[in-house]
Design a protein around this ligand. Structure first.
Ligand SMILES: NC(=O)c1ccc[n+]([C@@H]2O[C@H](COP(=O)([O-])OP(=O)(O)OC[C@H]3O[C@@H](n4cnc5c(N)ncnc54)[C@H](OP(=O)(O)O)[C@@H]3O)[C@@H](O)[C@H]2O)c1
Length: 232
């Protein structure tokens, strides 16, 4: 029987690309987003779940095991961003970003890891961004949320290792999705110039990193933050 991967934020963007990629490799994929998803595949199962809603997360993760099978891989991809000068950033923006990026990652990780601890272990991949190590101006709150995700990743890796669960994070460079469509081109160009390899990222760059973290031979790799594009 194929293993099951749960991916958050599969309605569009990077999460959608990861879902389609794992489905093409024969995985059973369960995914979630707040809105409906038009991804149709016999091995894809969608849940309308806001990752920051504790009750919804608990219910979703339990339902996956009950109606499908235990989760082997969790990909905490769902995330939101908002560009603004720090002095112009409303509290609501801060709350929304931290609720999805940090609270959502924490809740999904906690509930899935509980299940994995009872079913032989698994792999967890969180999503950070080069916005944190590059200290990008205009992205203070987003970068701070990703710094929290990185810290959570490293500590979770230590606490969950004895349960045969690895926890790592991928930090993409800009990739053309809706998340960055409102960022001015000059801003993206200047950001790309700060990378060792100066180009936009692609879905394939991220899929390669996902494949690396979930392959059986990567069971000795945990607590790592993999930035793309040569950012460190
Ligand atoms: N694109 C980039 O340049 C870039 C660079 C670095 C890091 N990243 C990271 O990569 C990840 C994916 O980004 P993306 O570019 O693919 O973004 P995107 O195109 O805006 O897609 C975000 C996805 O997450 C879902 N989502 C958002 N909030 C959610 C919530 N509270 N609960 C459940 N689902 C939620 C959205 O669906 P609904 O709206 O239906 O909920 C959507 O499917 C994020 O963590 C982002 O920070 C992206």
């Amino acid at each position: 029987m194929s293993d099951l991967a749960f991916i958050t934020g599969t309605r569009k963007g990077i999460g959608r690309a990861i879902a389609e990629h794992l489905l093409s490799q024969g995985w059973i994929v369960a995914g979630c987003s707040r809105r409906d998803n038009d991804l149709k595949h016999e091995n894809y199962h969608h849940f309308n779940c806001d990752v920051s809603d504790e009750a919804a997360v608990i219910k979703t993760i339990k339902t996956v095991k009950k109606t499908l099978q235990p989760i082997k891989v969790l990909i905490n991809n769902a995330g939101i961003a908002s560009m603004n000068h720090l002095l112009l950033t409303p509290l609501k923006s801060y709350q929304d970003i931290f609720q999805t990026n940090v609270q959502g990652t924490f809740l999904m990780l906690r509930e899935t890891a509980k299940q994995m601890s009872r079913t032989g272990g698994g792999r967890i991949i969180n999503f950070t961004s080069i916005a944190n190590p590059l200290n990008l101006e205009g992205e203070a709150i987003y970068a701070a949320s990703k710094a929290a995700v990185e810290s959570l990743t490293k500590t979770a890796a230590k606490e969950l290792a004895e349960m045969n669960i690895t926890v790592n994070a991928i930090g993409p460079t800009p990739v053309e999705t809706d998340l960055i469509k409102l960022v001015p081109k000059e801003k993206i160009d200047s950001l790309v110039k700060q990378q060792s390899i100066q180009r936009l990222g692609t879905h394939e760059d991220i899929l390669n990193a996902v494949d690396f973290f979930i392959k059986p031979q990567s069971d000795f790799i945990t607590g790592q933050i993999l930035y793309l594009g040569g950012v460190n």
